[in-house]
Every structure is written in structure tokens, then in C-alpha cells.
Design a binder for this molecule. Structure first.
Ligand code: SF4
Length: 312
């Protein structure tokens, strides 16, 4: 039943994202199931949160007797939280059991939208579903020649629903601009679409586990299959690991193209590394990696660009 509750919560999120729905009506079966859990003390209150929502509308799915489910604003789902608190989170699905995602739609925009809709209601990692605010699918141009891949959303990304919008993201935007590009021209996505959860009361972010990456990576694979970039940049060792399994440290990998399913993949340091190590020497290393990507994309490179961060 816990998984059903998570699925319900995911469905409410999906409706909110797609239609702006703030109130959902439940079938009699679902209502009775929730009431049973409440009777067993597993759920303290029959209500489902819609982050950022208020009771402004309703949508009635097909079914028999229906009953409204209250929308509780930005707080957590009482149902999902309580259910999670009274049972161990089920393990995430192993990649071995996860077939490639079917790609539907006739245009790239449509195909990515369909995948994003699936991710929005995905409940394969219940422990992440219980705490996420949004599913951070990816952003950018479906026709992008270049895709940047990170590891997972952090706190800021989870709140805003877009990858790389925190401090590291702002630095990534500057790197993209230094290449003569904009975020709208490229595509940015993470291996894991939901923020890796942190213990209650602990701030900061953690890297995703191997299992979380293996469970979620089919979404990224499908995104790349749709976009078909000419080149990719993996930001940090975890991103490389998520794409290619463990192949070495980022210090040993960066600067040389690897290959991901036929596409050249340049590993480089994660922007957060540059926030911690702000010397021109480290910035130049990342810049040289990006220069190689620009060459691979046959982009024009000015003398000024070639010399960025050379004064060490
Ligand atoms: S991390 Fe990925 S696989 Fe896990 S619940 Fe989120 S979208 Fe689904």
C-alpha cells in the first residue's frame, strides 16, 4: 500500500504540473484503502500535498464513487510521509530489471515531453519520492549539439525544478557563455532526476548511490537517444560513473574524449570543484577540456578564447 500511496502522490504532482490541478478526487477503493491505513495508525490524516498548491480546482478521473482529497500547500504529503515513516523504504529497482524506456511522439519536443511526463510520476525510488519537491528532468534545446551531464539535483534544483541553477550552476552558465553559447542552445540533464535525500535536519547535498543512478539512468539514455548530440560533457566523476560505470578518477580521465554509445564524451571537473579550487591552473584545465569540445563541434575559437586563464 505504501507504494500505492507514493504512486498517488506522484500522480497528484503530475496533474499539478500538467493541468495546474490543486484538488484530486479519489475512487472509493483508494478512499477505503487510505481509511484502513488511518485506522491502523499508519496514516495520521487522509490528505495529499501538492507543493505550492491551494484549493483552486479539481479534476475528476474516471471511476466509481469519488471523494475529494485535500491539497495542503507547500508542506510534505502527510500520507506519503506518514506511510514512509512507518515502514522501511522499498529498495530502488535495479537497472537489470529496468528495460529501456519506450520513446513515443513524432517530434523531439513531443518525445522529450512524454519522457518528462513519465519521470514526473516516477516512483521507482520511494525514499527520494517521499522528499522531492520536483522531478528535475532536464532543460535546453531538443536539437542541441552539446549536452552537459551532471550527477543529481541539489537543494536549489529540487526547489526550482531545473538542473544547475545553484552556485555551481551559475558557474556552469558562465562556462557555457565563455564558449560563445547560451543555455538555450545546449541541453543540461542529470543522471538522477530526484534529489538524493538527506537525513532529517541535515543540510547540503549528497552524491547519488550506484543503485539510484542505475535505476534512473534509463531516462537520461532516452533523452540522449532523442537529442542525438554531437558531443557530451560529463561534469565530475559521478556523472562519468553513471554513464560508463567506474572508469577512473576525474583527474585521470579529464582532457581525453571517452565514448558514450558512439558519442564523444569529455569528462571534466564539476563546477563545484572550481568553486572550491579557484586557481587559474584548475580553471584552465576545465577550459582546455571545453576548448577540445569546441574543436570537436567545429566552433569558431578566437585568440582571446584560446588564452583564457593562461596567466597562472
Ligand atoms: S530518481 Fe529517477 S528513477 Fe528514481 S524516482 Fe526519481 S525519476 Fe524515478
Amino acid at each position: 500500500m505504501t507504494e500505492s500511496l507514493e504512486a498517488l502522490r506522484g500522480y497528484v504532482h503530475f496533474l499539478r504540473e500538467r493541468d495546474g490541478v490543486r484538488q484530486v478526487r479519489l475512487s472509493r477503493t483508494a478512499r477505503e484503502g487510505l481509511a484502513k491505513l488511518a485506522g491502523e495508525g499508519k496514516v495520521s490524516k487522509v490528505s495529499v500535498a501538492v507543493p505550492g498548491g491551494s484549493a483552486v480546482g479539481s479534476r475528476r478521473p474516471p471511476g466509481d464513487g469519488v471523494s475529494p482529497v485535500e491539497s495542503r500547500g507547500p508542506a510534505q504529503s502527510t500520507v506519503a510521509r506518514s506511510a514512509t515513516a512507518t515502514s522501511s523504504p522499498p529498495p530502488t529497482t535495479s537497472v537489470a530489471n529496468t528495460p529501456p524506456l519506450e520513446i513515443t511522439g513524432s517530434t523531439k519536443v513531443e518525445q522529450l515531453r512524454h519522457l518528462a511526463e513519465r519521470a514526473a510520476v516516477c516512483v521507482k525510488c520511494p525514499h527520494l519520492v517521499a522528499r522531492r519537491h520536483t522531478v528535475v528532468f532536464g532543460v535546453g534545446n531538443p536539437e542541441a549539439k552539446l549536452v552537459f551531464v551532471g550527477e543529481a539535483p541539489g537543494e536549489e534544483e529540487d526547489l526550482q525544478g531545473e538542473p544547475f541553477v545553484g552556485r555551481a550552476g551559475q558557474l556552469l552558465t558562465k562556462m557555457i557563455q565563455a564558449m560563445g553559447l547560451t543555455r538555450e542552445q545546449i541541453y543540461i540533464a542529470n543522471i538522477v532526476k530526484c534529489r538524493p535525500d538527506m537525513p532529517e535536519g541535515v543540510t547540503g547535498n549528497r552524491k547519488p548511490t550506484k543503485q539510484e543512478m542505475e535505476t534512473c539512468v534509463p531516462y537520461l539514455r532516452a533523452q540522449l537517444e532523442v537529442i542525438k548530440p554531437i558531443a557530451m560533457v560529463a561534469l565530475g566523476a559521478t556523472a562519468v560513473e553513471g554513464l560508463l560505470r567506474p572508469v577512473g578518477t576525474i583527474g585521470s580521465l579529464r582532457g581525453k574524449f571517452l565514448e558514450y554509445r558512439g558519442t564523444p564524451l569529455m569528462p571534466t571537473y564539476h563546477p563545484s570543484y572550481l568553486l572550491r579550487n579557484q586557481s587559474n591552473t584548475e580553471k584552465r584545465k576545465v577550459w582546455e577540456d571545453l576548448l577540445k569540445v569546441m574543436e570537436r563541434l567545429e566552433m569558431p575559437i578566437s585568440e582571446k578564447q584560446r588564452n583564457f586563464f593562461l596567466k597562472v
